[in-house]
Write a protein that binds this ligand. Structure first.
Ligand code: PLP
Length: 428
């Protein structure tokens, strides 16, 4: 069933670390070997052996319209025919900046090539703007592989952290404080002691890289208030949550006004794009206007900008958030029904993000609350789903993505498969 994928992987492990370009693709946490995709069609992907899957991974988030959407494809092809990079300004970046401003109110924006780059640049901007070095982030939030953010909470009394990756100098890690989500007391204490030294606080719009850890509105408002009182900038990392909420953005969902927003994934429509933006008064600190340096040879690339613009235009013209609520609420009903009599598994959804979790009944709100056993249970479910023609992210800690190409029938296909997995004792 997976012959061609297997032989490609055998070759790849000789050529690339772990055989992959990004670690989670190696299937380490679910076992087995990765599947090589050949093509995508709407809600489906087809692998190199010809197996067809209903896709809930969707390239980890960028494909809010599904695979091969005609409007995006046309925008890409039309652009490519005229050339694909000039290293000059191009009209498409103005179009993309304009639609972002009109729709989400971001006054000024800088395009980069990835979410990681967006966050790295946003942190630099916050430091340059405030003339402070320390930053705060939360365990269970992922912000790309930025040196300053590959940091674990310090042990014992140490407020500032230790590197979570080899190659990150301790001197960097010491500038980053990490604390659990949803803990007001810890937040108050840190701000009391170090508030005046913090350049910024990084919060994932809705934490969705380590389960879907939806935060209380009051907690987020409290955080925003502390930032304001202490002159620290609040950075909402919306690389994943952006254009995936019922209200489009997580900031809007919580009704807060972050100082800086980082974007990625959907904003490139499947091309490598990231962006950071803020009110002009902050963004004017970025070069060439200001003293915070940041640049990119391929930044604002015409193909990527055209793909992003076509994606966002289609998204808003067709009211995709409303469509997602329609299919999503059907999935909610089915999942609630199926999981009603189970004791240690659950499902949660916000906008086009959903998560099935195992080992507990109530949805966890912090990384620390996620039972470790979930990973083992998920590994079994994962291969069952794959054989049923459903492609989920190969890790228990990753969310599922809905997109505009999914149908109500697709929701039923997912729910039916979970029901059968439970009834057949694949998972308890
Ligand atoms: C994916 C992601 C990033 C990193 O983006 P890349 O394009 O993978 O570098 C940063 N922050 C969040 C919240 C993300 O989900």
């Amino acid at each position: 069933m997976f012959e061609k994928s297997k032989s490609l992987y055998e070759k790849a492990v000789q050529l690339m670390p772990g055989g992959v370009s990004s670690p989670v693709r190696a299937f380490r946490s679910v076992g087995g070997t990765p599947i090589y995709m050949d093509r995508g069609e709407g809600a489906h992907v087809v692998d190199v052996d010809g197996n067809r899957y209903l896709d809930f991974c969707c390239s980890w988030g960028p494909l809010i319209l599904g695979h091969g959407h005609p409007a995006v494809k046309e925008a890409i092809i039309k652009t490519v025919e005229k050339g694909w990079t000039f290293g000059t300004p191009v009209p498409a970046e103005v179009d993309l900046a304009q639609i972002v401003k009109d729709q989400i109110g971001l006054e000024s924006i800088r395009f980069v090539n990835s979410g990681t780059e967006a966050v790295m640049s946003a942190v630099r901007l916050a430091r340059g703007y405030t003339n402070r070095d320390r930053i705060l982030k939360f365990s269970g939030c992922y912000h790309g592989h930025v040196d300053n953010l590959l940091v674990n909470a310090g042990s014992g009394l140490a407020t500032f952290g230790t590197a979570s990756s080899a190659g990150v100098p301790e001197a960097f890690a010491k500038l980053t404080a990490t604390m659990p989500l949803n803990d007001r007391e810890a937040l108050d204490k840190l701000f009391q002691e170090h508030g005046s030294e913090l350049a910024c606080v990084l919060m994932e719009g809705v934490p969705a890289n380590n389960g879907l850890l939806i935060q209380d509105r009051e907690y987020i408002h409290h955080l925003a208030k502390l930032c304001k009182e202490h002159g620290a900038l609040l950075i909402f990392d919306e690389v994943l949550s952006g254009f995936r909420m019922p209200e489009v953005m997580a900031a809007k969902h919580y009704e807060v006004e972050p100082d800086i927003i980082t974007l990625g994934k959907v904003i490139g429509g499947g091309m490598p794009v990231g962006a950071y933006g803020a009110r002009r008064e902050i963004m004017d600190h970025v070069a060439p206007l200001g003293k915070v340096y940041q640049a990119g040879t391929l930044a604002g690339n015409p193909v990527a900008m055209a793909a992003g613009h076509a994606t966002l235009k289609t998204y808003f013209d067709n009211d995709v958030p409303q469509y997602i609520e329609k299919i999503g609420s059907h999935l909610d009903i089915r999942m609630t029904d199926i999981l009603e009599n189970t004791e240690d598994m659950g499902y949660i959804r916000l906008g086009s993000l959903f998560w099935m979790y195992f080992g507990c009944k109530d949805a966890p709100k912090t990384a620390e609350d996620i039972p470790a056993v979930g990973s083992k249970i998920y590994a079994k479910l994962y291969h069952f789903m794959l054989n049923r023609g459903l492609y989920l992210a190969p890790s228990a800690y990753e969310v599922g993505f809905l997109n505009a190409a999914h149908s109500v029938a697709d929701m039923d296909q997912l729910a039916d498969a979970l029901k059968d997995a439970i009834e057949q004792g694949v998972i308890r």
